[in-house]
Design a protein around this ligand. Structure first.
Ligand code: FAD
Length: 295
């Protein structure tokens, strides 16, 4: 069961926000608007994604630096192993350390061709676990890694995927952030399995506030997340009604997050897609208030 909306929550949660590096000036303005709206919620960190094959290397770096310099937020840079040698990864990581970045989200990444299989660079890291170990040798970064409540699509079985997560934590990762999911019970079951496997690092649910089912379906197809039938039904007929769609989206996300809260979750990571409103509304409903405005 969730927490009814009329139950006031004390805001005893910590939140983090994920952004992607903008491609144009217009997108840069949109990102910055989102950063400025969300910064007062005092996130424990914000993170900036890394495009396939390092395609956003410069833009990720510039965005992370700007967030640290101008928004004074602890910013984490995502980093992948795709098409990069260990030496190249070392150079990127050292640059981050020099720029004041202390937190890396360490990922294997996906092949640059859609539907292709991941082939490690001949002088590179073959998995995220190897990357974590490599980064720890470069500098004492705080490290987050990815976890999959509905199992990573390439894993041979759920237990193998959990064993892989354990290797990443054992290599030095501090927390895992999950792929998005829409059934709270799948997160709770996953959390229980991780506890049984002896994983005691924090597992932070990745929350994708959905306002566009078609776009979400595309993301979900790529990463193996399941979109329940009820979600389609709840958005049915709202394509041409953006205001109503947004209200429905906020209601779904609020119920989802408050169900996680009722199940003991206190850390939430939001895939903002560089838009602040839905994430802000959910944080508000979780009891989070801007700094200086607490009752
Ligand atoms: P790994 O942990 O290495 O796992 C990959 C697969 O290999 C899994 O199926 C695992 O079970 C299996 N595996 C690994 N090692 C072994 C082994 N020794 N034996 C058997 N099986 C093994 N992608 C980007 O390109 N840029 C981003 O910025 C980005 N950010 C992300 C943020 C989060 C929070 C999440 C959840 C994902 C993100 N991704 C990003 C997507 C990610 O790169 C893909 O999901 C990728 O396919 C797997 O990356 P990983 O780090 O989980 O890989």
């Amino acid at each position: 069961a969730g927490v009814p909306l009329f139950a006031d929550l004390p805001g005893d949660v910590s939140v983090s926000f994920e952004f992607f590096p903008p491609k144009s000036e217009k997108m840069e303005a949109q990102l910055w608007d989102a950063v400025e709206k969300l910064a007062p919620l005092n996130p424990s960190f914000v993170s900036v994604t890394y495009g396939a094959g390092g395609s956003t290397r410069e833009r990720t770096h510039a965005t992370v630096e700007r967030i640290i310099r101008e928004a004074h937020l602890p910013a984490a840079a995502h980093l992948t192993c795709v098409e990069a040698s260990k030496a190249e990864i070392r150079a990127v990581a050292e640059q981050y350390w020099e720029a004041g970045v202390r937190h890396i989200v360490a990922l294997r990444g996906d092949p640059t061709t859609e539907g292709g299989t991941f082939v490690p660079h001949p002088d590179g890291y073959a998995s995220a676990a190897e990357l974590v170990a490599g980064l720890k040798e470069i500098a004492p970064f705080e490290i987050s890694v990815a976890a999959y409540p509905e199992t990573h699509p390439e894993a041979t079985c759920p237990q193998a995927d959990i064993d892989n997560l354990k290797r990443k934590i054992d290599a030095g990762a501090d927390r895992a952030i999950t792929q998005f999911f829409f059934r709270p019970e799948c997160f709770f079951e996953f959390r229980d399995k991780l506890a049984t496997a002896g994983i005691d690092a924090p597992i932070v649910p990745g929350i994708l506030p959905v306002s566009n089912v078609a776009q979400t379906r595309k993301f979900a197809a790529m990463c193996g997340s399941i979109i329940p039938d009820w979600m389609d039904r709840l958005f049915e007929g709202l394509d041409e009604r953006p205001a109503a769609r947004k209200l429905v989206a906020a209601t779904i996300a609020a119920e989802f997050c408050r169900t996680l809260y009722a199940g003991g979750v206190r850390d939430f990571h939001f895939y903002t897609l560089n838009r602040a409103d839905l994430s802000y509304a959910i944080c508000h409903l979780l009891g989070v208030r801007p700094i200086g405005e607490k009752a």
